[in-house]
Write a protein that binds this ligand. Structure first.
Ligand code: SF4
Length: 468
């Protein structure tokens, strides 16, 4: 990665042009779904949402993907954007799993649960807030109601501060084989500023336990743009993390959304947040160090070893993007369980209640705990495909995309393609008779390119985080 002037042009690697990033960086969706979750406007009781579940049982439907949201954390990290419940009361976990069991039964009764499950994810919150015996119950819940495929990718989010060897073994017994470790930053001052004290030894110990237990992929999550971070401190964080040899890394831009997450306001009052220029320098240092260490940059914010499935999927054009970020699981129907979780079928999204009490009461009444959702029109589905391919492949081939969507995209989306003129003039994309390609300079602004095909976006009304 190079902080560039006009003459610098290394092939293929993303380029950072500070002026352009400043010009185009606006609040934009992350496009883990399209339309974004902020556009799910159907009330949960709408019959169309129930019909979409029934329709998902059609012959030839794809495999299942299961997501379980386990929201409990012992303490609040002040930067956190997740849906969490802060408590030290372990009984909450047992009660929660009781309700999850009923939710799974309600859903399993409505779907063809004999479809193979190719992906399972335990997210949070902190899944290992659950003691090992509750994780074992989660395993019974999954294996007693569904049929995970032999090659099922079973991932779990790990907080090294709340992990024991017993947790790791319990997770392996229930079939977990991938772990995503929350590190964020290894600098002690940054950790104090974000209220997350995590000595590096804990990270190394977590990785050692996971590898010993036979987990075949370990991902590390980092965040840049946190209080007191500089390019120098973040360079040291990258070195610290490289020392534990993860298979993949996610290097996320800190999303500052204090209107949604009031705990983040403390960063403003202390004036500790880095400037956009400093954030970009951190991104650059991460990119340089990780690619120099042999990792391939995937999509927007992921890095993986060259032989990793994500890198292979990006190379052959089968990379996907879902609510957990980049993924190799294409064509699955996602069923989410627990508060705030999101489910999706080919033409629908449903989000569960965010409030624990509302979620629990709906399930106690024998209803699916859906707060809101959306039925996608054919046009939404086409735009979703285009946006997904931009985010994953960084290019659109007109002929193959037209054949996939069943419309000539050069005429159907003529206004959107014409509207790319300023991006092309600034060197962020190339338009040829064959298609559109995001240039290295445009990679940091992928969300902005994708946004040009987003029919739901109204400039000036966004409540999303800044692109940088
Ligand atoms: S442990 Fe993770 S989910 Fe919990 S508050 Fe911290 S960042 Fe958020």
């Amino acid at each position: 990665m190079i902080l560039t002037d006009e003459t610098a042009s290394p092939p293929a690697a993303p380029l950072l042009d500070l002026e352009l990033i400043r010009k185009y960086s606006v609040a934009a969706p992350r496009y883990t779904s399209y339309p974004p979750a902020t556009k799910f406007t159907l009330p949960g009781e709408a019959s169309e949402l129930q019909d979409a579940i029934a329709d998902d049982n059609r012959p030839g439907a794809g495999p299942l993907s299961l997501y379980f949201h386990l929201p409990f954390c012992e303490s609040q990290c002040w930067y956190c954007g997740c849906s969490t419940i802060i408590t030290r009361n372990r009984e909450s976990a047992s009660d929660y799993v009781d309700v999850l069991e009923r939710e799974v039964q309600l859903v399993a009764a409505r779907i063809d649960r004999h479809r193979p499950v190719t992906q399972i994810h335990l997210g949070g919150g902190t899944p290992t807030f659950l003691p090992p015996e509750e994780l074992a119950r989660m395993g019974m819940l999954i294996h007693g109601n569904f049929f995970p495929d032999r090659n099922c990718e079973f991932g779990v989010e790990i907080d090294p501060r709340r992990l024991t060897r017993d947790h790791v073994e319990a997770l392996r017994v229930i079939g977990a084989n991938r772990a995503s470790i929350g590190v964020q930053d290894t600098n002690p001052q940054v950790q104090l500023a974000i209220h997350r004290w995590q000595p590096p030894e804990l990270n190394a110990q977590a990785v050692a336990w996971l590898r010993d237990a036979g987990f075949n992929s370990v991902n590390v999550d980092l965040i840049y743009g946190l209080p007191l971070q500089t390019a120098e401190t973040f360079a040291q964080t990258i070195d610290d993390v490289l020392a534990i040899s993860p298979d993949r890394l996610s290097v996320f831009s800190y999303a500052h959304v204090p209107w949604l997450k009031p705990a983040q306001r403390i960063f403003e009052s202390r004036q500790q947040l880095p400037t956009p220029e400093e954030k970009l320098a951190m991104w650059a240092v991460a990119h340089d160090k990780l690619t120099a260490a042999g990792y391939v940059d995937i999509g927007l914010d992921h890095f993986a070893r060259p032989g990793d499935e994500l890198a292979v999927a990006q190379g052959n054009g089968t990379l996907h993007r879902n609510f957990q970020g980049y993924s190799t699981a294409a064509g699955t129907s996602l069923y989410g369980f627990g508060v705030t979780s999101i489910s999706s079928t080919i033409d629908s999204y449903r989000q569960n209640f965010k409030g624990l009490d509302e979620w629990r009461h709906a399930i106690a009444a024998g209803q699916l705990p859906i707060e809101r959702g959306l039925i996608l029109t054919d046009e939404d589905q086409r735009r979703r495909t285009i946006i997904m391919r931009i985010m994953c492949d960084r290019k659109i081939d007109y002929r193959s995309m037209s054949s996939l969507l069943g419309v000539d995209i050069t005429s159907h989306y003529a206004p959107e393609i014409a509207d790319l003129e300023d991006l092309e003039a600034d060197g962020l994309i190339l338009r040829t008779p064959r298609g559109i390609e995001v240039t290295p300079r445009g990679v940091p602004l992928l969300r902005i390119v994708a946004m040009r095909f987003d029919a739901t976006f109204t400039p000036g009304t966004s409540r999303h985080s800044q692109t940088i």
